[in-house]
Structure formats: structure tokens, C-alpha cells
Design a protein around this ligand. Sequence first.
Ligand code: DGJ
Length: 724
Amino acid sequence: MKAGMIALGALLAVGQVWAEQVRIETEDTVILLEATKDRDVGWLYWGSKENVPSSLGWQGPLLSAFGGWAERDPALRVTHADGVLTTELVLEKTERMALDANRERTVLTLRDKLYPMQVAVTFTAYKKENVITQSVTLTHQEPGDITVHAMASSAPSFPEGDWWLTSFQNRFLDRWPNEMHLFEERLMPGTKRIANYRSTRSAYFENPSMLLSKGPAEEANGEVYGMALAWTGNWQLDFAMRTGRELEVKAGMAELGADYRLPPNKPYVSPEAILAYSAEGKGRISRNLHDYARNYVLVGGLKPNPILLNSWEGVYFTFDEKKIKEMIKDAAEMGLELFVLDDGWFGNGENARDGANAGLGDWQVNAKKLPCGIQGLADYAKAQGIRFGLWIEPEMVNPKSELAKKHPDWVVKSGARDIPQGRNQWLLDLTNPAVQDFVVQTFDDIMKSAPGISYIKWDANRTVANVGSTYLPKDRQANFWYDYARGLYSAYARIREKYPDLEIQVCASGGGRVDYGALAYHNEFWTSDNTSAIRRIYIQWGTSHFYPAKAMAAHFSRSAVGNPLNVPFPASFRLHVALSGRFGFELQPSHLTPQERKVAEAGIKAAKEYIRDIVQFGDLYRLHSPYLRDGYAALSYVTKDKTQALVFAYSLDTAYDKEPLALRLAGLDPNRSYKVEEVLTPDGRKPLPCSGQSHTGKALMRDGLTLPITKLYDSCLLRLRAEP
Ligand code: DGJ
């Protein structure tokens, strides 16, 4: 037993036998396990500390292995070195260690009854955040490789109930992505799986997160369980319901084609599963996860993120130095803090990145487009009083690039088969340490060539097709999925070690890497390439369930996607939607009408003065779901001390008999009086009647406010301040 660890256990009677109980607890929640030496470990309870049943029953094994009666789809399945297919796990030891005043780690080490194989199940409890993470590490000392066919991160069992699942998946509309669209369904006996088999874009089509509730999940009431996987690779979430409606969940790396050859004494580590339980609806789960993300996951989680202009939708690939300098100047004049030059700045001659067909891999600045170089632009930005950021996509290569010619063996390929192109590009094989070195070196070279860069947008625009690696031996090709993700993390970690304070945004064709694994190396994420305000209301709504606003880039653009009138949405509507996330812009400032520019500048000013702090560090309350389909959506952020709040409300459609929105607020101090003020009121509309009124928190939460924003795409932003 390590120093600082203590043996665990209260004794409890299970049937006739005295068994030991392990408690993994946060301030409000607890996981209870039955953990007796030399016996199988059982999952007894997960939920509120206040409601622990007086008699606890065995819900299922902590980690079911393929062996014995093998009654359920196993959480762990290996073929041992001698070809034996079965595993029987029993507890070897339990250890507990305080990491600090807020975090406690519990490790249950299981072993196979017969084979020298250990499975350590690690729980870390984040007490204040009411979050528990779980991961599994497998090691063995068998005489040769074993093959790991399946190893889940977490496999909790739930008692009989009317279980409902909420998942978040990309719903394509108008040929545009809509990441994190919310799907809710009642689970029925049988198995349901949500999975990503595309590796590099771990979260593009399906997000590795889910909620479980008895009955449809409510915002502020009822028991809700949440789980997210921290994994930028292939993953699966399985829900197996028995005919008695007991539910077995299995969450972890995807098993498809991923039979891992594991040599002796090399740890094989699952992704972390992030577990959260709330007895007060899913809103509490989101707030707890947001705190967890800010306090423990995101880089710079406690520092405000900048208000920026990204060049992509403004100019795409078509720019030169003059145009970029004009954009920088405009951005500075508008009051923005950072300019980000997106794709198109690199490659020369026939490898010039003037479109998506060339340039990737050849990371030299395009001397024709940008004779002053990247540092020249960074210097120019500095002279204008704003910071400079740059886009890169270092895992990818265009087939005709110099890099692809020099290192054909670095490309992901399946033997002699054709290498499919996605967006005209191939994927570099990050299982190969030389490729990891190249990615780290490329990043470093770019940073050294232009030390004025203070922000990077790291993109990844294709997935794996025809999987295979020239680097991996022929009997280890299936190690690709795990080794790629670990290779990516190793490159991220080395870059982070060298550039701890650099702001980095993760992007993969939009929200393709919005997962807790990637977020641990980044300050924020590009939520979606769909910047349409009406679509963003849904995208950001879904995203907010698991990921905090401070990381959720939301840009004011001129997109008309989803607007039947085919014109940009009203400027205030766009502004309000963008202000409710990590606020920024995605356009060519010179294309703004004077009215749009006025609206934008007022938004930037207010964001700097007070909106950014409340949105990025406040508690989120989703007040009125767009999925109610009554033409409204509303949400609010309340400061931790409950002295200030912002309420965002949107009118999504129009109906001849649409009633004003009756909106009950949440999260306020019932005993304080709040002054309500409408800010950034849309042009041409009078301030709402509630603006200027004072109400107690109690009245605002019980009776609410009436918001006559019935017109199509009307919206409002209310600022609430507690009165002394
Ligand atoms: C996909 C990203 O999501 C966009 O924001 C943009 O960076 C393009 N790639 C550039 O190629």
C-alpha cells in the first residue's frame, strides 16, 4: 500500500456473508460498491447521499468480465497469451488517497483468479463539483501478448425503472451540420448503442455524452444521471435493458476492429468516464460539469476567453496581405481583442493553399499572398492594439504536397488499397512516433517563425477510412485506434508543456472534437461550422448540457441558413445568440451595414463591461427549451454570488396567435430584490415593459416575467442586478 493511502471499508451484511463496502462520495452524491477481498466487486448504488436505501442490493458487477456464466455483454474481454478466452476477476485490494481538500481517489485493484493480470479501476471524486471520474487500467505479466477485445471505462447498473435516454447527435438540415442536436427516447428491452467509429472526429456525428432519467429529463426536477467520455477516438455507449427494465450501461472505447495486442507489463488505459448525478434535474448536472470543466479540465478555465474575429466566413481562401490588414484594422476599431487568420495562409507555387486541394503538410507562409509573413501580420495587429491568432491542421496532408512525396509511409493506409481522400486530404499516422515528432515540430516551427502568435485554432477535417498503419507491425494493425488517440494526446501534451499559456481552440470541421479528452489540452472549441443564429440556438442548447459557455465559441456572422427569407437574421438576434456563448465574429467587417456595425460594437462594449464575465463564469439555467416547439427559447446565467444575472430570450417563429413568452426565472436569491433592465434592445422596438422594474428573486422565480417578443426573430437580453 502506498504512503498516504488508507485501507477502506465499513462492514455490511450481504445475505449471510459480511462484506466490505466502498463509498465514493462527493458533497451530495455517492457510489457504493461491495468490495470484499478475493470476491467479485459489485455495484450497489449510485445517487443522492440522502436517499441511500436502507437495504442495498447487488445491481451488477463493477466490471463484468467474459467468463463464468457470462450473462451480460462483458465490460472486459481478453484472450490470454495461451489462447484461453475467459477471465474471472476478484478484488485484490482497495486504496484511497486524498489528492487535495476537494479530490479523493479510490483505486480498486482486481486480478484474474488464475492468470497474472490486474485490472485497476480508478475513481476520482470531485467533491464540490459533484463529479466522479472512472477509468480502468489493465496490465499483465503473461508469457506473451494478450488480446484485449473490450475494456469499458465504466459499466454501471441501474435498478428497474422507466429509463429514458438523452443523446446528442448531429442533425443535418439544409445540408448543414447541427452538432449536439438533442434526441430523447424511452429505452425498451434490448440493447441500444451510440458510437463513433470515425476516430479523428470523435464528436462530429455523435457526442460522447448522455443523460439517463426516469421519465423524460426535466431541467429542475427529478433524478438525472449524466456521463461523458474523455476520448478523442472511437467510442461506444451501450444501453442494455432487461425485460424487467433493469438497465446495464457500458461506456468506453469502441470495440469494433480494435482487438488490442498488449505485451506484458505495458499498461492499457481506458479513457476517463465522467459521471454526474443530480436529484434536481439535468440543469444541475450541466452546472456541475461546467464547474468541473472550468476548475479541472480546460486550459485557462478560470481566465476569461477573448472576444475575437475569425477570418473564415469573411474571406475563406481568397485574401492577400492588404485585405487581412484591413480586417485587423476594422476588428481593432470595433473593439475586438484578437484577430484569427483561418485557413489559406500557407503553401507556395502549385502547393499554395488557395483552396482545399493543396498545401496541407507544407507549412511555409504563402509569400505571394502574405509578403510580410505571419510575424508581419502579428506586428501589425499589435500596432492596432489587438492580438493575433492562426489556423493550422497539422495532422493532415494533401496528396500532392511535398510532405506526402517525402514521407508516403506516414499516411494512414490499408496495405496496397487505395487511400480514400476526404476534403482532398489524407490523414497522417499518429501511431508513428516520427509523425508525432513532425506534428510537434511543425507547431513549434510556426510559433518560432512568428512569436507574435498568441492563439491557435487546431483543425482536423477528415476521419479514418481504410484503416491501417505502415508503422504498426502486421499483427498489431488493430492497435491503430487506441494508439492514434494516445499519439494525438502525446503530441498535444508535448505542445502544452512548451506553450502552457498559449490559447488553443480545438476544431474538427466544427464541433468534431467537443469531447472532454481533447478539451484537457485546449482553452475552447469551435462549436459548429453552422453559424446561423436560429440553428445555433439548438446547437448551443444541446452543447450546454455538457460543456461550458466559456469554451463554446459562438460567432456573430452573416449566415442566412435556415431563414426562409434567405437574408441574414436581424442583427440583434444574431448578437444575442453569439453573446450567450464565447462571443466572437465570423465575417468580413467591411461587409457589415452601418446598422449591423453599430449593433456589433454595442455588443462588444457590453461584453467587455459585464456580459463576458457573467456568461463565462456564471451558472447556466436553461429556462425555456426550443424543443418545446412553441416558438420560444430562453436561458440565463447567474453569477455565483447571485447578485447579477443575464436572461436571453428568442422568438423562433411566428404564429398569428402567438402569446407573449411567460418566463419564470431560476437560480436567483429569493430574498433579494432585482432591478430588471433590458440591454442591447433591438433597433425599432421599444424596451420591454419589464425594463426598469424591480422584483424579488422569489417573484421572478414564481411568477416570472411576461416578454412580448412575439414577432419573428425578435429577441431580448435582460440584465438583472440585485439592489442593495
Ligand atoms: C473547418 C472549420 O470548421 C472552419 O471553421 C474552417 O477553419 C475550415 N475548416 C477551414 O478549412
